[in-house]
Design a protein around this ligand. Sequence first.
Ligand code: 1HN
Length: 345
Amino acid sequence: MLELARIEDLPEAYRSALRQQNLVPLWPSLRAVLPPLKPAQRTQPVCWPYQSLRPLLLQAGELTPIEKAERRVLVMANPGHGLEKMQATSSIYLGMQLLLPGEWAPAHKHTPNAVRMIVEGHGAYTTVNGEKCSMSRGDLILTPTGQWHEHGHDGDQPVVWLDVLDLPLIYYMETSYVTEGKAQPVTGEGIERSYKRGGVVPAPVFARNENDYPMIHYPWADVRQALEELVASQPEIEAVQMAYVNPETGLDCQKVLGFSALMLRPGERLELPARSTAMVFHQIEGRADVSIEGQQFSLADADTCCIPGYVPVTLTNHSSSQPAFIFIADDAPLQKKLGVYEVRN
Ligand code: 1HN
């Protein structure tokens, strides 16, 4: 590839004249913004083991009352982006949130899309646009853009969940803001029951309101059962993986980030081709290795890691007798809409 002239190759008087008119020559920076064949990446492989994060999160519960935090979260930040940027990847924000018994995280709505993957505890709930969703380990609860949400806790032990948001992207676009609200009246509980069975969706004779997000709570017990039934009926299937989708359209459940649950069969080693998306892995059950060239993470229960895009990944179940279950997040829905999604075999 042809070497291009550097900024220093231009006379200082000329550079100064350009600066004064807010002008920049492209050619000294062209290779930086368009590197050959593979993008420049800030996202580093990073692992956040739950057992070392948990005591610090519980300590936050002692140090900062919920009224002074609104959301009591330790953000899992990628040093490659700079910790202060609060980014796990270019588009994905990750945080571990703690709610203590009796606490309430007040209602608000915002432009970034969020999901919660429940990590531990019982008795907490999130109310999303009036729909009260109880939280159990492994459940996925959506709070898509513009939907009111608040969290409460009627149990007697701490509850922790993983927040996954497209905040870095929405912030970058200068479209991130919040609206505060009052406690929501609960209008429903367990709408997910309407979508219990594949192939049929509610279609009453009288017109329904269009709803981009008909299902917001994906209980782990159902997803786990779906994975087990998939592998029981197709033992040779390449990957035992279920995508979280909108049951009325069959499309990704949210517009920017995509979510799936993967089962690694006992002893399974799964090679994923290089794809253009960075990925987040969160261990729901069992133990597994996530390896890319030059880096390997061993995930135990509730550990979370991220890896950059454009690298092949190998996932290995530690156990030869038990399955391992992993929650995966990436920005494939966004990349597909933008036309930049790639799989490199
Ligand atoms: C948010 O609204 C929550 O509602 C959690 O629990 C984390 C991180 C950034 C912006 C908004 C929540 C968040 C957030």
